[in-house]
Ligand binder design. Sequence first.
Ligand code: SF4
Length: 213
Amino acid sequence: MADKKKVAAKIISLLEKKHPDVSLVLNFSSPLELLVATILAAQCTDKRVNDVSRTLFKKYKKAEDYKRAKINVLEKDVSSISFFRNKAGNIKNCCKVIVEKYNGNVPSDIDELTSLPGIGRKTANIVLGNAFGQPAIAVDTHVQRVSTRLGLATSKNPDNIEKELCEVVPREKWTKTCHLFQAHGRMTCTAKKPSCPICVVYDLCEWKDKIRK
Ligand code: SF4
């Protein structure tokens, strides 16, 4: 485990040098905006979500606004997003609980967040890490692929990958590491044809199928 921690620290340091300005791609200015944007972002590009949220966040400012909205109107407002009907329903149901149970404020506790309708650990951790500044590891498809290829996690289950990463990544780097793995996964360690020969963490990568230099 000590060795894995050292490897993780080296990987993070190299990726920090490669991506010095990395941050969350989704635009938001409050925990509620980030919660809504993250719900919309499932199986959709962050760019499309940012395009939609620019208008959406001007119209819906409080959880109460989503709660009161007619579902067909909210659906129309997010209709360019994949699975917009399900997502509009989730946003509305979430906001109903936020208004009725949390006085209109998005909770800042993992158990409370994951008790909201349709909210899993990934979404909850994105909100905790980026809107509340609490160290949190959100395992999306990029974090999952990059961390398993690098040998920092072995599970196929995102919740277990989160636990494995929490063991080897320094707590203060949890949120940043997600951003770094997402950037690395998008630009270099892509699902198909990763650019291994130019990868800055090539020498530390344990993936048996990595493309040889
Ligand atoms: S060497 Fe290849 S598989 Fe390993 S992290 Fe780099 S890009 Fe990904």
